[in-house]
Design a protein around this ligand. Structure first.
Ligand code: HEC
Ligand code: HEC
Ligand code: CA
Ligand code: CA
Ligand code: CA
Ligand code: CA
Length: 454
């Protein structure tokens, strides 16, 4: 009885301590703001669990090799692939830069999803290149080609007269192994996102996400918000999508297995076939089965579930406080929902019942012509269309520069800083963007300072 009381008291006290917005991941929040800020396990992870986290980390970081090899635990790379390690695109568990500073070859961290559109508007994987473009290959197999970017300058100005320039990327596919992509091909660029707090996002109750949907915009604020649904190979049914820029993966296990398969060419019990299409004969000849086991996938998944989120900085700074007020005033929070409380279904207590501050509603939004993969609306992945993107979490944004040495944002890294990320917003976010443009210079800077404190 006394013990129960003491335990309740401790949990109430610790809940109060960590439920403030200073601790975006609740009790598991890390206080390291260095270059390693995105690489810590949830704070309090000790003993056996900490060792398991490190084992998972080693498979995430290490380079994979062609099979057969003297290290069967780390072989199976290819026949075609984007990179030889997870880290190549999620450096220090942070994000890729995606694009070079000026016209040239795209960065390894930028991958391209492909679809062919039929006359009736239905999309399917590209018949020659499949649903992802893999530039690299093992010996004896052809990589699919190279992707270059050519920037186009878009000019605009704020209401106070200050001018700005955005660089719009146009993608050019070169050295294509099996001929042109052809007409009616839709190309969807994606940069590797940061890995923090994913286990918490996975543990938000589905009803809490769905409560934010407003597909017909009944409250008339110009913002709809739709959930994505996709087939889960684990549950063998349509399930809510949470991960990826279009929320097209239902959970971290499937996301990781898909990354192994699509990005590294590593097959597993979840995705047992290599990415070769029927016309990629050299690729088909070098296929291998079950390059990794379910057990190994589970280790990497534990790792991705337990990566922590750094604490906020400067929350009492007056500019940051003003920025936060403006964030709400111009309706950024309508999509970048500040908080959720996680559910209680995780086997890791540190992920359960936490008040978290991810700044996402986990829903899809039409973000306008400029950000769309295609201005026409076709279903692209699950229910997500060519025009829609999942609101990305904003936690950790202020530390991307320290961790990754760049400040590139959005699904292909086209925004060169946080201000440009806002200026690319359109569609359902057009009104918010227009209001940002009308702010004074001081208020714009304060809003950015608020984002940098996240
Ligand atoms: C070639 C670059 C690349 C490599 C290599 C790569 N990823 Fe990713 N990763 C991405 C991209 C791009 C996305 C977003 C995918 C999308 O939008 O569908 C992503 C998304 C993810 C996500 C979801 C993050 C979120 O916020 O929704 C996880 C988890 C992940 N990757 C894990 C891995 C693991 C594990 C590996 C190694 C097996 C890996 N990735 C290898 C580029 C890469
Ligand atoms: C209608 C929903 C919506 C509104 C309103 C909205 N956003 Fe976004 N935001 C998104 C989506 C979706 C993306 C991802 C778009 C993409 O990558 O193409 C995004 C991306 C971002 C990013 C880049 C994040 C990253 O990980 O690269 C920042 C920063 C951001 N928004 C800040 C803001 C601010 C500040 C406001 C208010 C002025 C705002 N947003 C209003 C939906 C919205
Ligand atoms: Ca393989
Ligand atoms: Ca391919
Ligand atoms: Ca609405
Ligand atoms: Ca193997």
């Amino acid at each position: 009885m006394v013990r129960a009381l003491v335990l309740t008291l401790i949990s109430v006290l610790s809940f109060n301590t960590y439920s403030s917005e200073k601790f975006p991941a609740g009790a598991g929040t890390t206080l390291d703001f260095s270059v390693n800020a995105f690489s810590h396990p949830m704070s309090g992870t000790r003993g056996m669990l900490r060792r398991q986290f490190q084992v998972g980390n080693s498979f995430f970081k290490g380079a994979w090799v062609t099979s057969p090899s003297s290290t069967p635990l780390r072989d199976g790379l290819g026949p075609i692939f984007n990179a030889t390690s997870c880290t190549a695109c999620h450096l220090l568990d942070g994000r890729g830069r995606g694009l070079p500073d000026s016209d040239g070859k795209t960065d390894i961290s930028l991958l391209f999803r492909l679809k062919k559109v039929a006359e009736n508007g239905e999309t399917s994987p590209h018949p020659t290149y499949g649903d992802q473009f893999q530039p690299h290959s093992i010996e004896g197999v052809q990589g699919e080609g190279e992707v270059f970017v050519k920037f186009e300058t878009i000019k605009g100005s704020f209401a106070d007269g200050e001018v700005y320039e955005l660089k719009k990327p146009n993608y050019i596919f070169r050295k294509l192994a099996l001929g042109n992509l052809g007409d009616n091909t839709i190309v969807s660029p994606r940069v590797g996102p940061q890995m923090i707090g994913l286990g918490l996002l996975e543990n938000i109750n589905e009803e809490d996400i769905l409560a934010g949907e407003d597909p017909e915009d009944l409250n008339n604020d110009g913002i709809s918000g739709r959930a994505n649904y996709i087939y889960s190979v684990i549950e063998q049914r349509q399930t809510l999508g949470r991960f990826g820029w279009k929320a097209s993966r239902p959970n971290l296990l499937e996301q990781n297995a898909a990354a192994f398969n699509g990005d590294l060419g590593i097959t597993s019990p979840l995705f047992p076939t290599e990415e070769c299409t029927l016309v990629q004969i050299d690729c088909l000849e070098k296929q291998t089965q079950e390059d990794i086991s379910r057990e190994l996938l589970d280790k990497v998944t534990l790792y991705t579930q337990l990566i922590s989120v750094p604490a906020r900085r400067d929350i009492n700074d007056l500019s940051v406080k003003n920025g936060k007020k403006l964030f709400h005033q111009i309706s950024c929070q309508a999509c970048h929902r500040p908080d959720f409380t996680t559910g209680s279904n995780s086997k890791y207590q540190v992920l359960n019942n936490q008040k978290i501050y991810p700044y996402t509603d986990m829903l899809l939004h039409d973000m306008g012509d400029e950000l769309a993969d295609d201005t026409r609306s076709y279903e692209f992945e699950g229910k997500a269309t060519t025009r829609e993107w999942r609101t990305p979490p904003l936690w950790g944004l202020g530390l991307v520069k320290s961790v990754n040495g760049h400040t590139r944002f959005l699904h292909d890294g086209r925004a060169r800083n946080l201000q440009e990320a806002i200026l690319w917003h359109g569609g359902e976010a057009q009104k918010s963007k227009d209001e940002f443009i009308k702010l004074t210079k001081k208020d714009r800077d304060d809003l950015i300072k608020f984002l940098r404190s996240l």
